[in-house]
Write a protein that binds this ligand. Structure first.
Ligand code: GLA
Length: 388
């Protein structure tokens, strides 16, 4: 990156490199904005940003960003950042972050950025959070901001600039990820605990290579449906503030009083929250079979009750479940494309990859990419020789 940076900007003086990982969520889908539980893992796929101050030879100082993936250079007067509006362009993510930093009292100094990412875009592995968090660190350039404020600032950027009312999971795990561990996040208290996964299993993500256009609007619709469910449930249980507060038994006692679609959405969230706890317990006991069963239950719930799956994801899950050595499989992330995550025996991984590719190719004439999910460290500055 140093050589590339020098080529682009003439000098690499004062260069620093920051990294923020993508994630795969093992279980707890669409529970974060309902203030429930999630269990993601930070990946070794990450966004890297090399940055150096740009100096002000004459005229206004510029903020410049070069995306290697897009092969596109963009620049703004650093002094104008606060007044920019979203353009439905990839730069909405970094600019949204820059604006939130300004609001939080961090002036944006003229700087040059080079952005490189190994998180496949549109794959549901959270390339946008990786870009947001790495941008925040690059623009902060060493100015201190505590990790939780960093994650929340990036979530606000996504709400206010990218226009997606997302939960906290993706930004949180990008900041708090840890090598060799999954992270159970309580999306209400915003605390977490590290969950060591049992020996004898590995997780592989398989990419459908599609992202259906529906994804953004359906996400907003689900957020609204969950709010409607809370309002309905409050008629019987006034103390309920979010679906996090509703036990599966409480839910069943009021389900018939809710509009059918709203009831199905809420049933997913309430049962999914319970599955996260059961998965963590099963993991601690090394009960691999139960972990696998819970993954499949999660998928069926997302498929039939929450209705955020699609033919490609269902096909990958069903194909995976027929392969020797697989414990369970489900869609991961927001849905409508992106990836599945499959739990399997490590010695079955090579054959699994081949069989999945063959079957998917035959069905959809597309080769799915697969990624080994190696739990990695959260975001930070990259120092020479460091491993994540
Ligand atoms: C997207 C959002 C997250 C979360 C997931 C679904 O990745 O960014 O906040 O809601 O969908 O679990």
């Amino acid at each position: 990156m140093i050589a590339e940076f020098r080529k682009l900007y003439g000098s690499a003086e004062g260069l620093r490199v920051f990294r923020a990982p993508g994630r795969v969520n093992l279980i707890g889908e669409h529970t974060d904005y309902n203030l429930g539980f999630v269990l993601p893992v930070a990946l070794d796929l990450a966004t890297y940003i090399a940055t150096a101050p740009s100096g002000v030879p004459s005229g206004p100082g510029k903020l410049r960003m070069y995306s290697e993936f897009r092969q596109e250079m963009c620049e703004w007067n650093a002094a104008d950042i606060g007044a920019l509006t979203p353009q439905r362009h990839w730069t909405d993510y970094p600019l949204g972050v820059a604006q939130e930093l300004l609001r939080a009292g961090f002036p944006i100094a003229p700087a040059n950025l080079l952005i490189r990412s190994t998180v496949p875009e549109g794959s549901g592995l959270s390339s946008s959070a990786a870009l947001e968090v790495s941008t925040a660190l690059a623009l902060l350039a060493g100015r201190p901001l505590d990790p939780l404020s960093l994650a929340r600032l990036c979530q606000r950027a996504e709400h206010n600039f990218a226009g997606i009312p997302c939960g906290i999971m993706d930004q949180y795990i990008s900041v708090f990820g840890r090598q060799h561990s999954a992270v159970e996040i309580d999306c209400r208290s915003l605390g977490h605990r590290f969950v060591e996964l049992p020996a004898g299993v590995t997780f592989v993500a398989v990419n459908t290579m599609v992202k259906h256009a529906l994804a953004g609007s359906a996400y907003k619709e689900r957020v609204a449906e969950c709010a409607a469910a809370v309002a309905g449930i409050q008629r019987t249980f006034p103390q309920v503030e979010s679906l996090r507060d509703v036990s599966p038994e409480q839910f069943e006692s009021v389900a018939s009083s809710l509009p059918p679609v709203v009831a199905r959405r809420a049933r997913h969230v309430v049962t999914e929250d319970a599955r996260v706890g059961r998965f963590v317990e099963a993991s601690a006991r090394g009960d691999l079979a139960l972990m696998g069963t819970l993954l499949v239950e999660s998928h069926r719930s997302l498929q039939h009750d929450y209705e955020v799956s699609c033919a490609e994801l269902d096909f990958l899950v069903d194909t995976a479940l027929a392969i020797d050595g697989v414990f369970g499989s489900r869609m991961t992330g927001g849905g409508f494309g992106g990836c599945t995550v499959t739990m399997l025996r490590p010695d079955a991984a090579a054959r699994f990859g081949e069989e999945m590719a063959r079957a998917y190719q035959r069905q959809f004439q597309t080769t799915p990419q697969t990624y080994a999910c190696r739990p990695s460290a959260g975001a930070g500055e990259v120092k020479d020789g460091e491993e994540f």
